[in-house]
Ligand binder design. Structure first.
Ligand code: HEM
Length: 418
């Protein structure tokens, strides 16, 4: 990966050779675990500058202590989240809402959307989530004793829930999975094409629901009022696109990393199989150990931060995979302990932009694991395969081939970094 230029104001001694996209830290390690590899930054300073750590033509400052990340995420008058990431890929400039709005305007939309993803709404939605998980897993089990979890379960499950959440039928599942894959993992041609298709779809759905409302998410949005007025088309699009993007890769990655961990740790698998009530707590520990999101902010003004001269316009990275392995916050941070309690991890972020979908995401992960453990016998990583992990703004696994055909000696099968 080519390094972006180092700005003149960054002292050379503060430049670090590190990237969440293709860090040397993340190249194959003894156990091929990119999250543990990223944790190497804790041996270094609380902040450094990496010219490699973004694709946006600009490097980032990297904040390595969880407490300092919280400060950045809380001080929105200094660190903005307004970036138009999605729109800029189309050569346009509009925010994904509410993520790319700063307070106080952010709060207007956050208050509007909070009830739609509240714990109560998610509880009402749970039967649908469970039914989707069971259908997919039963279909996998009926086809044999092996599958690629990412392709056959994690990804379609996340997309399926999104469709149901929007109130759309499943028959377009494959189309949506294709769009999502191209958007998140396509090349420079496919990504903008998928982005355009998704925008066109959201616009079309919004127009339909304006004309003929039904009892669903989009009908609510297009008829909602903020500050005494209806939402503009661009605001509706900003909300629709974020809802599509935010919950796909993240949920799929969490399920993938969780099942990869369990495939390699048969005692823990047995524990959860025998005592499924432990899955809720275990899912929190797995979110701590294998979070997926790097949050980026833009400095709104010059500030000296722990001796670092951050200047207006600089990018600042708060990576959840770094915060969650901070030894000053977690005892033995590189050890996965499924019975760990009081787990104040940062997987869902912090401050005003803390994940709006966290209740839904948690339910999806827990229900996914519960139904998987209930329906699939003890599983391992299939011999002669190795999951390929990837870094980036959202960490993930490209393939995870599991096998439950016959027992094999413990401790084999590795996750390999890319
Ligand atoms: C395991 C799954 C998930 C993880 C790890 C995750 C993580 C995050 C993180 C770290 C943020 C903060 C981003 C920032 O401050 O820059 C965030 C924000 C957000 N997430 Fe999630 N997320 C997950 C699933 C979901 C789902 C399922 C949805 C919705 C359907 C969702 C919707 C959102 C929205 C709308 C925001 C922006 C909130 C705001 O700006 O106020 N997320 N998520």
């Amino acid at each position: 990966m080519v390094a972006n230029p180092v700005p003149d104001h960054v002292p050379p001694e503060m430049v670090g050779d590190f990237s969440l996209f293709t860090s040397p830290c993340m190249s194959p390690t003894p156990n091929g675990d990119p999250h543990a590899a990223v944790a190497c930054v804790h041996a270094g300073p609380p902040i450094f500058y990496s010219p490699w750590n973004t694709r946006a033509g600009q490097g980032t400052w990297v904040i390595t202590r969880a407490a300092d990340q919280r400060r950045v995420l809380q001080e929105t008058e200094v660190f903005s989240s307004h970036r138009s990431i999605f729109a800029s890929a189309l050569g346009e400039d509009w925010p994904m809402i509410p993520l790319e709005l700063d307070p106080p305007y952010h709060g207007v939309f956050r208050s509007l959307l909070n009830p739609l993803l509240s714990p109560q709404r998610v509880a009402e939605f749970e039967p649908t989530i469970r039914e989707r998980a069971i259908t997919l897993i039963d279909s996998i089990a009926s086809r044999g004793t092996s599958c690629d979890v990412m392709k056959d379960f994690a990804f379609p499950f996340a997309v399926n829930i999104f469709l149901r959440f929007l109130g759309l039928p499943d028959h377009r599942l494959d189309t949506f999975v294709g769009w999502a894959k191209d958007l998140l993992h396509g090349d420079d041609l496919r990504r903008p094409a998928a982005a355009r298709t998704i925008v066109a779809f959201i616009d079309e759905l919004a127009a339909m629901r304006r004309k003929e409302p039904v009892d669903d998410f989009m009908s609510f949005i297009v008829h909602a009022q903020v500050e005494g007025r209806g939402l503009t088309d661009q605001e509706v699009r900003g909300i629709g696109v974020l809802t599509f993007v935010a919950g796909l890769d993240t949920v799929a990655a969490a399920i993938g990393f969780d099942l990869a961990y369990l495939a390699r740790n048969l005692e823990d698998q047995e524990l959860l199989r025998n005592e499924p009530d432990r899955i809720v707590l275990a899912a929190e520990e797995l979110l701590r150990a294998y979070p997926s999101v790097q949050m980026i902010r833009v400095a709104r003004k010059d500030i000296d931060f722990k001796g670092a001269p951050i200047r207006k316009g600089d990018f600042v990275s708060c990576a959840t995979m770094i915060a969650n392995r901070d030894p000053t916050e977690f005892e033995a941070p590189n050890t996965v302990d499924l019975t760990r309690e009081g787990n104040p991890h940062a997987a869902f972020g912090y401050g005003p932009h803390r994940c709006l979908g966290s209740h839904l995401a948690r339910r999806e992960i827990v229900v996914g694991l519960e139904e998987w453990m209930a329906r699939i016998p003890p599983f391992r990583i299939k011999e002669a395969t190795a999951p390929i992990t990837h870094g980036g703004h959202v960490f993930g696994i490209e393939n995870l081939v599991l096998d439950w055909a016959r027992p094999r000696p413990r401790g084999t099968g590795h996750i390999r970094g890319k």
